[in-house]
Ligand binder design. Sequence first.
Ligand SMILES: *[C@@H]1O[C@H](CO)[C@@H](O)[C@H](O)[C@H]1NC(C)=O
Ligand SMILES: *[C@@H]1O[C@H](CO)[C@@H](O)[C@H](O)[C@H]1NC(C)=O
Length: 383
Amino acid sequence: MQKLAIVALLCAIALFTQGAHARRALLQTSTGNTFPDYECQANPGLSPYKLEGAYTTSPSANGVRVCFTGAPVQPCPPSNPCCSQADFYKLELRVRPTCRRAIRSVTVNGLPAPVPTFTLYGPSRDKALFKLPRLNLTTANVTGAKICITLRDPCPNLAALCPEGDGSCTYSIGQSTGRHRCCPVNTLGVVPPPPSQPSASVATPATHRLLSSAAHVVSAQSEHHRLPGNTGVFPSNGCDRTPGSMPFTLTGAPTLSRSPSGQNLYCFTLASSACADPSSMCCASNLLKVEWSSYDTCRGSVRAYIDKIQYPVTWDQGGTFRLTKLNYSPLDIASKPKQLCIELRRDGPCDTIDKFCRGGSCTYSLFNTGKECCPTATTPTAR
Ligand SMILES: *[C@@H]1O[C@H](CO)[C@@H](O)[C@H](O)[C@H]1NC(C)=O
Ligand SMILES: *[C@@H]1O[C@H](CO)[C@@H](O)[C@H](O)[C@H]1NC(C)=O
């Protein structure tokens, strides 16, 4: 009788342990339990909730405002409670341990939400996350909802805030009750171009690669994940950077004046110049675009003017800023130089040209129509 009781007890223990294992396996997060900081169902395919891959960055009075947008309700298996019963109570962002003081405020559709909490976790407490609670979204109102955070030093943008370092960020969505333990993990990190820009430039192959890498969360979890195409060389498309190969130049240092709306206006003169090698095909080609190496954080606080008329600007990942579709012939510029002006908002994160130009010196590239030639030079510092 006693023996039987012991056998039954052992069986019960075995079953219980097995159950616990099964439960753990079911709850294992897709990031190998490194994010978020608790055991939960991280599979994003089971959840109706997701944020758009793209976010916006704009200067605000207290720092830099970054806004995320709720994506439309995602298809998911209704039999799973993470699909049918979970709400969108909180957002968790995986951040660097040094960013404790970075998030100043949170709003949902413009209304203030509670101050987020910062948590260090992991065996050596070298991982960190922000929890943004009480966002109170549901499948009825998540679509298009705007969740904005205001960032400040030492982590004034997503590249500085999140360990990915390239402007992408891993996040999880949590519910108001702990019952189902759903924590769909995803990555966001596609910065859309500013609204003034021609739509053609939105659909670059790089953007598509970026969009798909943001969608493939599990494969994009590596800490060393980098955006495609960002090799650190400017410009990065393998063109011929030899200075002076095209019959154009930006002359002298940019001049500073006040724009009609009271912002800082830096103007460069685009003039003709003798080619280093007059027989090269670069010397005979039209000017398609001018690119500057800037920062992603400057998006949203920059406008451009050519001969005093506003001109659409284009941004690429990694902070490349450009004026494109110029199509100036050597003769156009020889007969009349153009004034290219960059307007920098005085309340933005890039209010002066040395903050706008990456590394403080204004390196620019001119491109011919075929983009084979990209003579690259640096203009002297503004006076
Ligand atoms: C979410 O709901 C809670 C409780 O009803 C409330 O205190 C909080 O202010 C709400 N948050 C937002 C952003 O509306
Ligand atoms: C979304 O709906 C929930 C539930 O009705 C509500 O508490 C919350 O305030 C709504 N949020 C927004 C941003 O409309």
